[in-house]
Design a protein around this ligand. Sequence first.
Ligand code: SAM
Ligand code: SF4
Length: 330
Amino acid sequence: MSLPIIDTFGRKHTYLRISLTDKCNLRCTYCMPQEDMQFMPNKWLMQADEIQELAGIFVEMGVEKIRLTGGEPLIRKDVGDIISGLGKLSSSLTLTTNAVFVDQFINELKIAGVNSLNVSLDTLNPERFKAITKRDHFTKTLGSIRLLLSEGFVVKINMVVMKGVNDDEVKDFVRLTLDEPNLHVRFIEFMPFNGNQWDMSKIVSYADLLSDINTEFEFQQQPGEVHDTAHQFRIAGGAGTFGIIGTVTHPFCSGCNRIRLTADGKLKNCLFDTTEADLLTPLRAGKDIRELIHGHFHKKHFAHGGHINFAEKQAKTEYELNRKMIAIGG
Ligand code: SAM
Ligand code: SF4
């Protein structure tokens, strides 16, 4: 029996996010640099059997939920096999995806017991979609969301809200939740990562989002769990909910239960912590990696990977030392 992963603040880590690749079929401006993006060579990536073995070890250590992410998880050639394999573990399985290729995996997802997916969509305007993602897949993404709903999946739309880019659409996204009980929208504060031109002035804060929504809708906060990243709200008479992930101005670190594994098999104990533990090399050498995992989580900071103030100049330099979001896995 393996010991659970508990950090020095007593937080039990039961939620594993596995990045399958740092590559993507979109080029979202907030997620990756617009020039000189270097992708990992394929030989660096965890293979399907290694992902299965690592996930199995984490499940023995108390992980109850696994999320596949990336880059775009559904562009990996062997993603169907990975989904099927992970679906056999006792943990629950879900994905974060841009949904462009989701129609090809409906059966695998159902068989693996996936019943809810997070889908990224930052605008309801096709031209703006192209400007943000540098690709012309708006119709496909919207069609995928409709397909998932018609197939009975719960869909949580993730919208990264950026000042002057898409913040005029927040209420349109809230309106989507009026009639559809399986559709939830989560507004995410723009976060700083290597190469994404982040600046505090580009954020639409948790407080500003709520007051904007309140100009048109009345809403009530919904009960949540200690580990939740999003505070959830329901508008009066609404079927679905909207939530706000206020990483920067309204952090939720005190209840953190998240473990991150990058596509090249590095363990991260926080999105913003630049220290990593290589799990893939010792796994390939046949070593037991449990002590390594415990040791890395013993070094976990209470909040934001040890960065105190997002707006500070020094912190901004530190974010540049971190990975690009596309190479971490959100
Ligand atoms: N390709 C998939 C997708 O877009 O859903 C999965 C990977 S993506 C890195 C995971 C999530 O991170 C997406 O919801 C995306 O919107 C979010 N994300 C990426 N960069 C971000 C940033 N700078 N700030 C906040 N959220 C970000
Ligand atoms: Fe790709 Fe997702 Fe990043 Fe957009 S947010 S570039 S879809 S990984």
